[in-house]
Design a protein around this ligand. Structure first.
Ligand code: SF4
Length: 358
């Protein structure tokens, strides 16, 4: 087993470790500052720590839970980072420089899309992450390290986080909540919970559980079909938790949380983009006071759906707008750099023979 990563250690656990090592307690604040604020690249860079303590830290911990291996994209566009984990697996994070249409944030903001699992068991039909099934959950340090690494590489502060990368975050709820505690902690990354959005394919029990979590985290639902008949062609999870159960859980969410829900809806030509689906979607959105993000389908290698014409996308949005629903139609950023989740990792693992080998 690899050494634990310092980025997975909460401040209390760090204080305990220092006590056990007979180190003064004030060292905790210094180490936390190096890890979370200054984002030190090595233990040696922690210049106000005695060499002996740096040595003990290096014997007991890794600094980060992942290694940056590749960046796709450039500084003023969407950038995709590929990270290698201790077991040779890969995950990816996508840094989106401005995304005004997505969550209503100002246009000078940076949103990081983070992975929560290696692979995914849910097999949504538009998504490359599920093509080779599920491998394992990420632990808290592997989730958090993506944020720290993205800030280190870009030299920019991440303003918003979306758990929308590889994996179903709510299928990894315990590690996800431990990561969120570190991301939002006053002594750690200090990002406000309101700047965090969890995107789920619709795991009803976990939505209900998360609804009672005290922090005002945002929730986005990968809906992609307004009726069971259409949705289950795209989202196999719908067989387990059909549309009616999902929206009951969203009513419960609304009874507990003050944040507006988002319904994500990828428009796929001839599959889910009919006026009837738009009308029913508008009903769901009004019932849950949700806004709708319409995303024209982005071609995925190996899958054969098509993107609808712009006119058809606009007509779909008009039905929602006429019904009084806030609906964004966005041209997907980063479509030219494999930004659909899981594509870059899939290519790398296939190249190395991790995926596809007998
Ligand atoms: S969209 Fe999300 S839940 Fe669905 S297969 Fe892809 S990673 Fe998994």
């Amino acid at each position: 087993m690899p050494l634990p990563a310092l980025t997975g250690l909460d401040p209390d656990a760090l204080a305990e470790w220092l006590k056990a090592e007979n180190e003064p307690s004030f060292r905790a604040a210094q180490i936390l500052e190096w890890v979370w604020k200054k984002k030190a690249a090595s233990f040696d860079a922690m210049s106000n720590l005695p060499a002996a303590l740096r040595g003990k830290l290096a014997e007991s911990f890794r600094l980060s839970a992942l290694e940056h291996t590749y960046t796709q994209g450039s500084a003023d566009t969407t950038r995709k980072f590929l990270f290698r984990l201790h077991d040779g697996r890969y995950v990816e994070s996508v840094l989106i420089p401005a995304n005004p249409a997505l969550y209503g944030e100002k246009s000078d903001r940076r949103t990081l899309c983070v992975s929560s699992q290696v692979g995914c068991a849910y097999g949504c039909k538009f998504c490359a992450s599920g093509l080779d099934g599920f491998t394992r959950n990420l632990d808290a340090s592997e989730i958090v390290s993506q944020v720290i690494a993205a800030e280190q590489i870009s030299g920019e502060r991440v303003d918003n986080l979306v758990f929308m990368g590889m994996g179903e975050p709510l299928a990894n709820l315990n590690h996800l909540l431990a990561a969120i505690a570190l991301i939002t902690g006053e002594k750690t990354l200090q990002l406000g919970a309101r700047h965090l959005t969890i995107s789920t394919s619709g795991l009803v029990p976990q939505i209900r559980e998360l609804a009672t979590h005290p922090q005002q985290i945002r929730l986005a639902i990968s809906l992609h079909g307004a009726t069971d008949e259409v949705r289950q062609q795209i989202m196999p999870v719908n067989k387990k938790w059909p549309v009616a159960e999902l929206f009951d859980a969203l009513d419960f969410w609304n009874s507990k949380k003050g944040q507006k829900l988002t319904l994500e809806y990828i428009l796929i030509d001839g599959v889910n983009d009919s006026p009837e689906q738009a009308t029913i979607l508008a009903r769901h959105a009004r019932r849950t006071q949700a806004k709708v993000n319409l995303i024209p389908y982005n071609t995925v290698e190996g899958l054969d759906w098509k993107r609808p014409s712009d006119a058809r996308c606009r007509a779909f949005r008009e039905i929602l707008k006429t019904a009084g629903v806030t609906a964004n139609l966005r041209l997907e950023k980063g479509g030219d750099i494999d930004a659909a989740c899981g594509q870059l990792r899939l290519k790398q693992e296939t190249k190395e023979g991790i995926i596809g080998s007998p």
